[in-house]
Design a binder for this molecule. Structure first.
Ligand code: SF4
Ligand code: SF4
Length: 164
């Protein structure tokens, strides 16, 4: 990601994707249901047993599964989409609004202020603060600030060379 300041003219002519390490092509982020029950939490625990998966929870309460894998169309040498502008490029990619890119915000900062990340290592720390009723429904869980405090992000799979 470019770190310098740019002029207005540059801003209206240059894509925000310039010099970006393209986490959008190297990480799959999928919305998931916010857990409401003990079994939902157990499903998160199950997912986190897969080494390439984390779960991101945003400040606004969205849950996303995060899969660290690279799209087969990503050209590692040219560092760009290998099917850009062709019919092989999914419309999901062609119509993605890079001016409102959530990948950049969530994936490029070492500890993004707008999300916390659950993984197999920190899950037990977070889960120990959950409380359930007799029906297995969650009745207490760490709020966003508490979760950030519990789960400092001090390195992740995205620390792998090439992403940041
Ligand atoms: S869409 Fe976002 S993550 Fe992808 S290259 Fe552009 S700025 Fe980077
Ligand atoms: S098709 Fe192209 S733009 Fe879409 S994820 Fe794959 S490499 Fe990235």
């Amino acid at each position: 990601m470019a770190g310098g300041l740019i002029s207005f003219d540059e801003g209206i002519t240059q894509s925000p994707c310039r010099a970006c390490s393209a986490p959008c092509c190297r990480v799959l982020m999928m919305p998931m249901k916010s857990p409401a029950t003990l079994m939902d939490i157990d499903y998160v625990r199950y997912m986190l047993n897969f080494p390439s998966i984390e779960v991101a929870v945003t400040r606004s309460g969205e849950w996303k599964s995060v899969v660290y894998d690279t799209c087969r169309h990503f050209d590692q040498e040219q560092h760009r989409c290998g099917v850009h502008g062709t019919t092989e490029q999914p419309l999901t990619c062609s119509y993605y609004n890079e001016y409102r890119c959530s990948y950049k915000a969530l994936m490029l900062a070492p500890d993004p202020p707008e999300a916390y990340f659950l993984n197999s290592e920190n899950f037990p720390i977070w889960a120990q603060e959950l409380k359930f009723n007799d029906d297995g429904e969650i009745v207490a869980a760490p709020n966003f600030e508490r979760a950030k405090e519990l789960l400092p992000r001090n390195g992740s799979r995205l620390s792998a060379p090439g992403i940041r």
